[in-house]
Design a protein around this ligand. Structure first.
Ligand SMILES: Nc1ncnc2c1ncn2[C@@H]1O[C@H](COP(=O)(O)OP(=O)(O)OP(=O)(O)O)[C@@H](O)[C@H]1O
Length: 366
């Protein structure tokens, strides 16, 4: 097991990159700590697989260093880095039995036969494929094959880390949940550094203690699922995490706050000071649908909006409202009711009203 550090890392598939758009990974520093269960979450094309392949050694970074426990490994082959990688589609030998597939990485490392047998049985038991051990892999279902593929990653006790690249894509939806739980359990049992790539926020938050959100070749936030929800560090995190995502409104500077259309939103004094200091005109406010409050009566702190839609989602409702030129989503309890076209009064509690300049969150200490 190792601590994996990425230092001033950048990667371009173009031989002579001319600008940031030519980079699949833009320069970043990041540490995956020893024994952590991490998810790397982001949309298609943001650079997740490139990052995994740089860690495992399948791709050589064009700039920067990869360090395992402080030692530079840029020149080491995947085998010498001792990384296990589980891909989207099962990588197994069809003509071998399940036992031989699982034993293969250990035989390669010259582990004694008795130890191999014990370890293979241990992993097969955890993955619930013990009864398949002496069957040919080609006779397995797609789910079982992927379990074997995962088992080949998990079987080695000496690995620096296990990297999972969307491993549950081929798995039946009902089994996905079970396998994710299983991986979590394996992590707790064996205490291995695991990095799990996905574009599914639910998958990321059920597996990982901490999630790195990637966007446009950058890690825009690294935090717990709660941190990503409550304090999105970048507008993309606000939009991508949550269902529906954060309400984001383009605004202008106004005395004591910001405004859009004829709506003036007062801000805490430290936010106003930050806006005076920062020069950019790219300003947004963000608030999650869960944190917008609706009241029947107006007050000095409310904004009048028009109800456009009320969607009943069983245990809660999503209310769509029009506030000035903007459409917002508000989450309400299942007992909320309002006629379409009726007026409601919204308030934005200041601790949940985020301010973004150039897409990044403005924090109080800045
Ligand atoms: N071998 C390659 N040669 C050239 N460009 C590549 C190569 N592999 C990836 N890219 C480009 O690099 C960028 C990042 O791709 P990458 O596969 O790392 O993203 P991803 O987040 O894993 O996407 P997905 O979820 O679709 O797999 C994309 O623009 C992609 O087109």
């Amino acid at each position: 097991m190792a601590e994996i550090q990425l230092k001033s890392l950048a990667h371009s598939y173009v031989s002579a990159p001319t600008g940031p758009d030519d980079y699949a990974i833009r320069q970043l520093d990041h540490v995956w700590h020893k024994g952590g269960a991490y998810a790397l979450l982001g949309p298609s094309g943001c650079g997740k697989s490139t990052m995994l392949n740089i860690i495992s050694g399948l791709v050589q970074p064009s700039e920067g260093d990869v360090l395992f426990d402080g030692k530079r490994v840029n020149e080491l082959s995947p085998r010498d880095r001792n990384i296990a990688q589980v891909f989207q589609f099962p990588v197994i030998y069809d003509s071998m039995t399940v036992f031989d597939n699982l034993a293969f990485p250990l035989k390669n490392n010259k582990i004694p036969a008795s130890k191999i047998k014990a370890r293979v049985h241990e992993i097969a038991e955890v993955l619930e494929i013990e009864d398949k051990l002496y069957k040919k892999a080609k006779n397995l279902t797609a789910d079982e094959k992927q379990k074997v593929s995962m088992g080949r990653g998990l079987v080695r006790e000496d690995v620096s880390a296990i990297l999972f690249d969307e491993p549950l894509t081929v798995i039946d939806p009902q089994l996905k949940w079970k396998l994710r739980r299983k991986l979590k359990q394996i992590h707790e049992q064996f205490d291995i550094t695991m990095v799990y790539v996905t574009h599914d926020q639910l998958e990321a938050s059920t597996f990982a203690d901490k999630i790195a959100v990637m966007y446009g070749g950058q890690i825009v936030q690294f935090g717990t699922p709660t941190e990503l929800f409550e304090r999105p560090n970048h507008t993309f995190v606000g939009f991508f995490i949550g269902s529906p995502g954060m309400n984001l409104i383009e605004v202008q500077r106004c005395p004591r706050g910001v405004c859009f259309g004829s709506i003036v939103v007062p801000l805490d004094s430290w936010k106003v000071e930050a806006l005076q200091r920062l020069k950019s005109g790219n300003i947004k406010i963000g608030i999650r649908p869960e944190f917008v409050e609706i009241s029947a009566q107006p007050s000095d702190e409310t904004f009048e909006a028009e109800v456009r839609d009320v969607e009943d989602l069983g245990t809660y409702k999503i209310v769509t409202v029009q506030l000035g030129p903007e459409i917002l989503k508000v989450r309400q309890n299942e007992d909320f009711s309002a006629d379409i076209g009726s007026r409601v009064h919204l308030s934005f509690p200041s601790q949940w009203l985020m301010l973004y300049v150039d897409e990044f969150l403005i924090k109080e200490q800045e």
